[in-house]
Design a protein around this ligand. Structure first.
Ligand code: NAP
Ligand code: MG
Length: 403
């Protein structure tokens, strides 16, 4: 059988620890035998980031802007302990943060559903994708602890004119915070959400607390509404999907009662909190994919989980581990399918779909990694190591391709 050819390279970003081990196995077993992989390779593993003084991360971000599609392995975000473990020159910033800032992107996280593992919410039968605005608000807030006295909000414009507003006259000690967001960032968030809804043909929900934060959250609501009317209403009607705005508390109640199958756009804090709730209720972090979408249409795919450090330390001691490769496989299939769509390469898109089908078919017949076995509801599961599990997917894929 001849291999599938690619026209445009994918930006491939390698990573760290256990996911770096999986990365190589996935390429060797599940991709290279079927596709003549064309990638522009960036090693974002911590040793290379340190050696290049993190230049490699900036280069990778630039390459995504050039080619439009990237796939990334999980990477270590250094902390104090990693400084000594890797003998680092500096505590380099999170690569995800660097790439997100360079692309001005929004992160969409979606669970991968399999028959035999039921979500904790019994009426959910399709994925719920959370779109989190990863900029500003409480994450960039200025906080103060204050004694008795008057707190005010003061704004000075470019001409030096001041606007003052009383916050509170403290009769005892207390706390004060100042938060901000920017119209340009909110507009990018809105466009990323509308584009992703169109690309995936799913309804889009957006929620804030604009009844309380009339100006702050009201601005989010207005910018979304204006962009929708001016740029997207006609496209949504044509695609047969809807845009729906509601209060965050109403949204929470509706999400729980829903059957799933839509995108829920959330402000930064809401998205942080709700994505943990939604992913846990759907089953496992190892079954969550994540895609960063920029307002001008660049895509970066990855698994939502980290480098699975505990498994890696066991792997280094020579033990076999049962690490789940599904989210990393789906990062690759997401990127290959998008590349196929953009290049009009139907064979490549079809291969990505076949690899996803084969991966899920293996699990649905009862063969899986240890993390999923604990959630399995259809009898006794057959628990494999990650290497054996990837082999089982390879066999399934070969069977399907030759059928
Ligand atoms: P983690 O790597 O997601 O792992 C946390 C735990 O979740 C694991 O110990 C494991 O539980 C379970 N788990 C996660 N993925 C799994 C998989 N594929 N298969 C089976 N079990 C899985 O999070 P972490 O330990 O907090 O972080 C480790 C490193 O990853 C850190 O250096 C962090 O900076 C980095 N990180 C990177 C990204 C990214 O690049 N996107 C995201 C998050 C964290 P058991 O041990 O109970 O089996
Ligand atoms: Mg969180």
């Amino acid at each position: 059988m001849s291999k599938i050819q690619m026209q445009t390279p994918l930006v491939e970003m390698d990573g760290d620890e256990m996911t770096r081990v999986l990365w190589q196995q996935i390429k060797d077993e599940l991709l290279s035998p079927f596709v003549e992989l064309k990638t522009e390779y960036y090693d974002l593993g911590l040793p290379e980031r340190d050696k290049t003084r993190d230049q490699i991360t900036h280069d990778a971000a630039r390459a995504i802007k050039k080619y439009g599609v990237g796939v990334k392995c999980a990477t270590i975000t250094p902390n104090v302990q990693r400084m000594s473990e890797y003998n680092l020159h500096e505590m380099w910033k999170s690569p995800n943060g660097t790439i997100r800032a360079a692309l001005d992107g929004t992160v969409f996280r979606a669970p991968i559903l399999v028959a035999g593992i039921k979500p904790a919410v019994k009426n959910w039968c399709a994925p719920i994708t959370i779109a989190r605005h990863a900029y500003g608000d409480v994450y960039k807030a200025t906080e103060l602890r204050v004694p008795q006295g008057k707190a005010e909000l003061v704004f000075t414009d470019r001409e030096g004119k001041k606007v003052r507003s009383a916050i509170y006259d403290f009769e005892c000690g207390g706390v004060v915070t100042g938060q901000y967001n920017k119209d340009s960032s909110i507009a990018s968030f809105a466009r990323a959400c509308f584009n992703y809804a169109l690309a995936t043909k799913q309804d889009l929900w957006f929620s804030t607390k604009d009844t309380i934060a009339k100006i702050y959250d009201g601005t989010f609501k207005e910018i979304f509404a204006k962009i929708f009317e001016e740029e997207y209403r006609a496209k949504f009607e044509e695609a047969g999907i809807t845009y729906f705005y509601t209060l965050i508390d109403d949204a929470v109640a509706r999400v729980i009662r829903s059957r799933g199958g839509f995108i829920w756009a959330c402000k930064n804090y809401d998205g942080d909190v709700m994505s943990d709730m939604v992913s846990t209720a759907f089953g496992s972090l190892a079954m969550m994919t994540s895609v960063l979408v920029s307002p001008d249409g660049n895509y970066e795919y990855e698994a939502a989980h980290g480098t699975v450090t505990q498994h890696y330390y066991r792997h280094l001691k020579g033990e076999t581990t049962s690490t789940n490769p599904i989210a990393t496989i789906f990062a690759w299939t997401g990127a290959l399918a998008k590349r196929g769509d953009l290049d009009g390469n139907a064979q490549l898109t079809a291969f990505a779909a076949a690899l996803e089908r084969a991966s899920l078919a293996v699990i649905e017949r009862g063969t899986m990694t240890k993390d999923l076995a604990a959630l399995w509801e259809n009898g006794t599961p057959n628990v494999l190591s990650c290497t054996e599990f990837i082999r089982a997917i390879r066999e399934e894929l070969e069977r399907e391709q030759s059928a």
